[in-house]
Write a protein that binds this ligand. Structure first.
Ligand code: ADP
Ligand code: ASP
Ligand code: MG
Length: 449
């Protein structure tokens, strides 16, 4: 079994959906996981926001604009009028659900129902196109019947495996399955989602549950680049990454992958290929248990961090101090991203500030507490310990006089993390690109000659 996931841009128009239909042709069994069409989830987020603000009229007109758009796409994709009208009436159930939620004040669970409509719309359209226009046999698998979170809002692996197997079981003769990314149910059975960008995570979870031999993430760029191509010029794709390297880059901000999406693939050693729908022949990036030899391969950045410093003379020569600090974060279910210590102080970062006030109040029992908001983690990934002949010097030379709030090195063999003010993010990424990668570009250009 092979899993192929197509993101929002890849299914963003009737023409793009036709190209996806070409790309998935094969006699091998496959599960195709689709995102919502580009722009749809943002639109649904905006509609829910208007409803929370009581702007029913504005929410109604925005939903109507979206509905008109889908009618247009359906007519373009399904040129036979009877088929198009039948599909439009099926798409209509999604819009009826949204309009139905406008009758009373929107709840958080109502919002999640609205957000789920994007993937339901895209898969319905694509499935109709394959079966009714291309005459291809394909089964539409309802993700809401097998994709599930447990009571900790983590994927319920056992449930997913059991129910995906049940969904596949009646179709042993079928080779092509289409399903929704992103959407799921939570432990209460209510409609939920895997957070923005979550279709990558769906693909990886489905791959793990189905025992896939490869997971392909098809997107709008030719693989994972060495730096954020939206910020830095002259980035290039990395051909091979280990699971650990890719997991760190995804977690620390490489938008091409959902932060958790590498984990299920790594657990079952399933290779993940990042491929470009607009340039299918490009080799992309292969993520597997193997790693390449470059010392520093890539840089990613994650915004929205808060740095907290706890200074206490009680820490000096004491044991159990860090445990007490960590327990505060555990009580508020707030993950810590980065940590550095000295004899009398510990600095750490969090990206979820929901319980910041309560956490700070408890930490003040230990000593003085200072916070810095608007911080960005810059994560450098590669063979940094084994190949460390001078990589730290290269990094510091590249950084020049950019002020660093924290540095973490040695926590894993393939990562150096730096904490900078978000205001310094752009110049840090550019400086690292100039100092670390220009040499490698020159190097590979020279050896190609
Ligand atoms: P999809 O809709 O297919 O899921 P995304 O927009 O989520 O696509 O992810 C692809 C985008 O991620 C690229 O267009 C690119 O702008 C951005 N991106 C950010 N960092 C990187 C990186 N290091 N390598 C490749 N793309 C990146
Ligand atoms: N449609 C969802 C989003 O826009 C999930 C995804 O595209 O991966 O976040
Ligand atoms: Mg994405």
């Amino acid at each position: 079994m092979r899993i192929l996931k197509f993101g929002g841009t890849s299914v963003g128009s009737a023409a793009r959906m036709r190209s996806v239909a070409d790309l998935i042709q094969s006699s091998e069994p496959r599960i195709v996981v689709l995102s919502a069409m580009a722009g749809t989830t943002n639109s649904l987020v905006a509609i829910a926001k208007l409803l929370f603000e009581g702007e029913i009229q504005a929410a109604t007109s925005q939903t109507e604009i979206l509905r008109q758009h889908y009618m247009m796409v359906a007519r373009e994709l399904l040129p036979e009028p009877a088929i198009a009208e039948e599909a439009i009436s099926q798409l209509g159930t999604c819009f009826k659900t949204i309009f139905g939620l406008m009758r009373q004040p929107l709840s958080a669970s109502g919002e999640r129902v609205i957000l789920a409509q994007g993937e339901l719309l895209s898969t319905l359209l694509f499935h109709r196109y394959l079966t009714a226009i291309r005459g291809q046999e394909a089964v539409l698998l309802p993700a809401l019947e097998f994709m599930r979170l447990d009571a900790n809002d983590e994927p319920d692996d056992a449930y997913i495996r059991e129910h995906l197997t049940q969904q596949l079981a009646p179709h042993t003769a079928q080779a092509l399955f289409i399903t929704q990314g992103y959407i799921c149910r939570n432990a209460k059975g209510d409609i939920d989602n895997l957070k923005r960008g979550g279709s990558d995570y769906s693909a990886s979870l489905i791959g793990a549950a189905a025992g896939a031999d490869e997971i392909q993430i098809w997107t709008d760029i030719d693989g994972l680049h060495n730096n954020d191509p939206r910020v830095v010029e002259g980035t290039y794709p990395i051909r091979e990454l280990s699971f650990d390297e890719a997991a760190e880059l995804a977690y620390f901000g490489a938008k091409i992958l959902h932060p958790s999406s590498v984990l299920p693939a790594r657990q079952y050693n399933i290779p993940v290929r990042l491929l470009n729908t607009m340039q299918p022949e490009a080799p992309g990036t292969l993520i597997s248990s193997k790693t390449g030899s470059e010392a520093i391969k890539a840089v990613a950045a994650k915004d929205g961090l808060v740095a907290i410093k706890i200074k206490s003379s009680r820490m000096l020569l004491a044991h159990g101090f860090l445990r007490s600090v960590f327990e505060v974060f555990e009580r508020y279910r707030t993950p810590i991203d980065m940590i550095t210590t000295s004899e009398v102080a510990v600095s750490l970062t969090i990206d979820d500030a929901t319980h910041l006030t309560e956490i700070l109040a408890e930490l003040r029992d230990f000593g003085s507490v200072e916070i810095d908001e608007n911080q960005t983690i810059i994560c450098l990934v590669g063979n940094l310990i084994q190949e460390n002949h001078g990589s730290a010097r290269l990094v510091f030379n590249a950084l020049g006089d950019i002020p660093l709030r924290m540095i973490s090195y040695g926590g894993s063999p393939n990562n150096i993390s730096l904490l900078v003010n978000t205001a310094d993010k752009m110049r840090t990424l550019k400086a690292l690109n100039a100092g670390l990668f220009q040499r490698q570009i020159f190097h590979s250009d020279a050896s190609d000659d």
